[in-house]
Design a binder for this molecule. Structure first.
Ligand code: DQA
Length: 143
């Protein structure tokens, strides 16, 4: 059984009510239901969300130890968390895939969102397709 962690950073627990014009009206329960429906047999998926940087870093350490592949929406940590970047690098350096995903297209938004400190150490980046960003990442990991 191949394990996939779908990890979500700060404020993503508010999906559905947070800026629906940008993030849509669906929440993380809807996202998890959708990803489970798309998951091929032979894969195990766990979706988590935290507002806590330390917890997110700990989950990436867990990905190294359990050899899980990761779909990661780092949310605002994308733009400034070197701790998260170092943790992502540990996962990719140990041979697993980390796909950075974003619901919106950060490059089409405020200037501070244009830089990601994560992208250079991620396996790839998918942004701007709503929840399809996660589905596309899952598809890549499972192919
Ligand atoms: C986001 C984009 C980030 O800039 C923002 O801080 C988020 C969500 C996205 O999924 O579009 O919280 O990662």
């Amino acid at each position: 059984m191949s394990k996939i962690l779908v990890l979500n950073g700060p404020n993503l627990g508010r999906l559905g009510v947070r800026q629906p014009e940008i993030y849509g009206t669906q929440n993380l329960v809807d996202l998890e239901r959708r990803l489970r429906a798309e998951l091929p047999t032979g894969y195990e998926l766990e979706l988590r969300q935290t507002d806590d940087e330390a917890e997110l870093v700990g989950w990436l350490h867990e990905a190294v130890d359990t050899q899980a592949n990761v779909v990661l929406n780092p949310a605002a940590f994308t733009h400034y968390s070197y701790a998260l970047r170092d943790a992502v690098a540990m996962v990719t350096e140990s041979g697993q895939t980390v796909i950075e995903v974003h619901i919106s297209n950060p490059h089409a938004r405020e200037q501070f969102r244009h830089n990601s400190v994560i992208s250079a150490v991620a396996t790839g980046v998918i942004a701007g397709f709503g929840f399809d960003s996660y589905s596309l990442a899952l598809k890549h990991i499972c192919q």
